[in-house]
Design a protein around this ligand. Structure first.
Ligand SMILES: NC(=O)c1ccc[n+]([C@@H]2O[C@H](COP(=O)([O-])OP(=O)(O)OC[C@H]3O[C@@H](n4cnc5c(N)ncnc54)[C@H](O)[C@@H]3O)[C@@H](O)[C@H]2O)c1
Length: 281
């Protein structure tokens, strides 16, 4: 990463996946600009990260094309020209926050969540593409979740947002590859204890289930950062249009012995309870 320059969206606090990516990119010698929504800059602790990594913070709401244009102009100025990597680590569902069930959403909230979590990826890439600010063999990564392919009922409308996000990565990735030799991928990450992650109903259940299902266990935020760095590096130049599972093997599992054993235990307990009450009668 030495000599590489980029933009990192979405570091809110030290638990954020983007925070870990920034720390790792800094360790590997990259220079970057940090950005987040103005409200997140007030609520989070990004100043600490900026100080630690010697980075400038440029506020931008990912739903505003003007903010993104201004951000990219300022970031390229700050970094002295074209850039090599961009991380989109942004997600938010108002329906999830308000506890609306998937089957009965407030569609204004649905639109807002889609705009923030999915359309923003198109918006960012559109400005990068039109302003022609990505160096050849640059790399753009966004973060996704397996609910884009499989049903996780409490992930709510974020499942649809992630499906859209992954599709945008492929569709825009084609033009970025053909015209600019830039790769575009999404990383489908294990459940991770962050502000966005913990907001999902039943998150602790998600976390434990995935941990017990995955042969390698859940991937942490730091491990996700390591994987992201590999995608920003020159060692993955021909990887593009992919949704890459970074989940300890979860996505290819049917059932694990740990999960099976917990069911068998439950069945045994039921049986002995029944035997006990039959004897009493
Ligand atoms: N935590 C998990 O379990 C998990 C699993 C798979 C994928 N992801 C994805 O990883 C990404 C990062 O999330 P995280 O888990 O690090 O949580 P996080 O809460 O730390 O990060 C989410 C970020 O989105 C930013 N954001 C929200 N609205 C914005 C807007 N309008 N403009 C700009 N930024 C805005 C927030 O300020 C925050 O920094 C998200 O795309 C999330 O869906 C998370």
């Amino acid at each position: 990463m030495k000599g590489k320059k980029g933009i990192i969206f979405g570091a809110l606090d030290e638990n954020s996946i983007a925070w870990k990516v920034a720390e790792r990119a800094h360790e590997e010698g990259a220079k970057f600009v940090l950005t987040n929504a103005p409200v997140a800059l007030r609520l989070g602790t990004i100043d600490e990260l900026a100080k630690k990594t010697g980075s400038k913070i440029i506020p931008a709401d990912a739903t505003s094309i003007m903010d993104i244009e201004e951000l990219i102009d300022q970031a390229t100025k700050e970094l002295g020209g074209k850039i090599d990597f961009v991380l989109h680590s942004i997600g938010m569902s108002v329906n999830v926050r308000r506890g609306n069930h998937y089957t009965y959403q407030d569609y204004n909230f649905t639109k807002k969540g889609w705009d923030v979590s999915a359309l923003s990826f198109h918006r960012v890439m559109s400005v990068l593409y039109r302003k022609d600010v990505m160096n050849e063999w640059g790399s753009i990564v966004a973060l996704s979740y397996i609910a884009a392919q499989r049903v996780f009922p409490d992930y709510n409308d974020m499942a649809d947002n992630k499906a859209y996000l992954e599709s945008v990565a492929r569709s825009f990735g084609y033009f970025f590859g053909r015209d600019k030799k830039v790769r575009v991928n999404t990383i489908s990450q294990s459940p991770t204890p962050t502000t966005a992650g913990s907001g999902v109903k039943g998150f602790d259940g998600f976390l434990k289930y995935a941990e017990e299902m995955s042969p390698l266990g859940n991937a942490t935020a730091l491990e996700c950062a390591d994987y992201t760095i590999s995608l920003f590096s020159d060692l993955t130049k021909k990887v593009t249009l992919q949704n890459l599972f970074h989940d300890g093997g979860f996505s290819n599992m049917g059932i694990s012995t740990a999960i099976m054993e917990s069911y068998l235990k439950e069945i045994e307990a039921e049986k002995s309870k029944k035997e006990h009450s039959d004897k009493k009668e």
